[in-house]
Ligand binder design. Structure first.
Ligand SMILES: CC(C)(COP(=O)(O)OP(=O)(O)OC[C@H]1O[C@@H](n2cnc3c(N)ncnc32)[C@H](O)[C@@H]1OP(=O)(O)O)[C@@H](O)C(=O)NCCC(=O)NCCS
Length: 188
């Protein structure tokens, strides 16, 4: 029981969500070096082997301030990417959500929407969050579409939040509240 709380495994339709394992290193390295994903998430850090090992170790269990799920394609057992609740704030019952998947062949097949929905349910039902928020760059219309389709509301714009490829880019902020989630998807 304790193990299930620390290492939850969510079984979905097309994808599963599970904690990271040491054996994920190669797939996680490939994921972290996906150029298109890094552009769309604004990630500009190059991680060393040691840093990746230490990071996988950290996220192989639930932490107080973050839950990192690996997105696993059920059909092939491939690690597609991750969906994360971080900046968990127990006082205000809020958290940030973010998602990334490697490989253009995996995008646009519904896996990201399904992973987001499982994570939202985990956040609202299991962690009892009240608010889940995110930031998405204005040059990422697919992610914006997915978030709005799932029911996120636009809240604002952080102007020129990212400097990439010689230009500044806006970040759109969005959030979903627990009542909005229940109205769309029902109770547990
Ligand atoms: C964003 C991401 C998680 C979405 O997951 P996905 O599995 O590719 O998306 P889905 O297949 O579930 O849904 C894609 C939807 O976007 C729509 N879409 C695709 N390209 C689009 C575009 N250029 N403009 C608007 N909508 C678009 C599709 O039609 C589909 O909509 P529908 O479900 O209403 O038919 C995934 O593409 C990804 O990891 N991208 C790279 C990293 C990233 O952008 N992360 C988000 C950072 S905020």
């Amino acid at each position: 029981m304790q193990e299930q709380l620390k290492k939850p495994h969510i079984k979905g339709t097309m994808i599963d969500l599970r904690m990271a394992r040491e054996s994920d290193w190669d797939a996680y390295y490939t994921f972290l070096h996906d150029a298109e994903m890094n552009r769309l998430t604004g990630s500009q850090t190059d991680f060393t082997r040691e840093a990746i090992e230490a990071w996988i170790h950290k996220i192989s269990v639930i932490n107080d301030d973050r839950v990192d799920f690996m997105i696993i394609l059920k059909e092939t057992d491939e690690l597609l990417g991750e969906v994360v609740l971080n900046e968990i704030d127990p006082v205000n019952r809020s958290a940030n959500i973010r998602i990334g998947m490697q490989g253009s062949q995996h995008r646009g097949k519904g896996y990201g929407s399904e992973a987001m929905l499982h994570m939202l349910r985990y956040g609202f039902d299991t962690l009892k969050l009240h608010r889940i928020h995110l930031g998405v760059y204005a040059f990422n219309p697919r992610a914006i579409h997915v978030y709005e389709k799932l029911g996120f509301q636009r809240e604002g714009i952080e102007r020129d939040a990212l400097y990439l490829d010689g230009k500044f880019h806006d970040m759109i902020t969005m959030a979903m509240l627990e009542d909005e989630f229940r109205a769309l998807y029902g109770a547990e």
